[in-house]
Design a protein around this ligand. Sequence first.
Ligand SMILES: Cc1cc2nc3c(=O)[nH]c(=O)nc-3n(C[C@H](O)[C@H](O)[C@H](O)COP(=O)(O)OP(=O)(O)OC[C@H]3O[C@@H](n4cnc5c(N)ncnc54)[C@H](O)[C@@H]3O)c2cc1C
Length: 530
Amino acid sequence: MSLTDRIAKGLEAGWKVTDASTLTDNQTHEADVVIIGTGAGGGTTAEILARAGLSVILVEEGRLYYQKDFKMDELTAYASLYQEGMSRVTKDGAIAILQGRCVGGSTTVNWTSSFRTPEPTLSYWADNFGLENLRPEAMKPWFDGREERHTVSPWLTDPNVNNDILRQGCDKLGYSWNVIPRNVKGCWNLGYCGVGCPTNAKQGALTTTIPGALDNEARLFHGLRADKLVMKQDRIDHLVASAMSADTVTPSGVKVHLKARHFVVAASAIGSPGLLLRSDIPDPHHRIGKRSFIHPVNATVARMPEKVDPFYGAPQSIYSDEFNFREGVDGPAGYKLEVPPLHPAMSSGVVPGHGEEQRDNLKQLPWMQSVIALLRDGFHPDSPGGTVSLRDDGSPVLDYPVTDYLWDGLRRAFHTMAEIQFAAGAEQVRLMHLDSPWFNSWSEARAAIDELPMELHRVRLFTAHQMGGCGMGENPQQSVVNGFGEHHHVSNLSIHDASIFPTSIGANPQLSVYALAARNSTRLAGKLKG
Ligand SMILES: Cc1cc2nc3c(=O)[nH]c(=O)nc-3n(C[C@H](O)[C@H](O)[C@H](O)COP(=O)(O)OP(=O)(O)OC[C@H]3O[C@@H](n4cnc5c(N)ncnc54)[C@H](O)[C@@H]3O)c2cc1C
């Protein structure tokens, strides 16, 4: 068990951390490298560059929250730790977008599942985007290294009932399943990863790479939003950033200018293309913001005869890849099956019904179980992804059309999930679809699923995996950065986050971001030192 608080200790010891809401005057600072975003990509980059002896400034729009702030309270956590107070959605409002906005980024609130980039995905990238150096054998040492850094290993404690039902259903039907590797150390199995780990067991950026960077003299500004990268001739000269006021969302009016030899953008998919668009970064082939992916997720909910208590225990510990690459990497949409935690506030957003009906459904929460399907998007011409553009106020927004190709995958996923839940003993199953009743048997569900309209706003969709928008590739006509995250047209700009993936991953992305950022930062450190 670990209650050591590296952040509290570091702050006491004099880490260079500035809460931008306390700034009263405009100011300018300078470093070798300015890194925008402190999540999976930004944290990794900061630690590696700072350890190499480079001076580093980290810029984070969200605030520094740590153990003292993590009280297992959904409402405060969603408002403070998530983008747009947990109400970020796609442009048409049809898909909920869960994304972190705090030091540590989405790794501070994620559910700790830690998968390597699947081999078929890496091979597809090599074959289709010229990314030969990212083939599985070349990436292996980077995954090994990051698994060690983030203490990743399969979760050997018994799964909670929520996850065990996925295992039981798969066993009954002869579908493959496996145990999820997690990035935790001394985990108490509480189940509240999504609202900030109260015991510091989660080995996300907040407890690993961010302290590693700050121990090595990196400077962190939190509550500071990167507005615009300003070019001078063909290089970036400085970043203009706005301090947020104490409410964390309204600019205070104080501007901070940050100058550097090199700039690393790691503001994540949606955030990074947004910053590049605001900055008018050269984009002769109009690639910025294109091919944005989300692993569209649909879900079913089961009523089980026994208590499930789906809010307790490691949120994700069992998965099934039975349908992920079954039809080949670029055939009909494949999907990974997992289980989400069901906490009351989050569930009230998705549990169907209004008024008394919804109240009655929510009363049943302790007996409910859910399965989710994460669709692999981006591997087929009929799955080209979405587009990030700017709203009038300069904030980024994702337009994500759900194509017939994806609807077909979502319908098949509904079938699979309902079948698994009934096989595991569900009394009733309901799709997260506005027109779905509670089904009493698999045969009843099977017949009805084929008739339900597969439409936006009727099927409840969400994503916690934003990817792409600044895709990598060897051909500048098709991509924004090369295979090392280096911008094709601006020599002192790199991108080190999930926005560089040229397709979705086909697995939860954090370990892919950590590994690529480690590889690309190691090269960047060599270049800047050499
Ligand atoms: C609820 C939830 C559960 C998840 N569960 C898992 C899981 O179990 N396993 C897994 O692999 N993945 C999971 N993920 C996804 C995973 O955490 C992300 O894919 C990963 O963190 C992405 O890394 P990143 O560096 O691209 O962005 P992030 O980690 O999101 O970091 C980006 C940072 O940039 C900051 N930023 C954005 N714009 C600006 C700006 N203009 N100025 C300054 N800062 C800015 C953001 O505030 C944020 O802190 C989950 C995500 C969520 C939200």
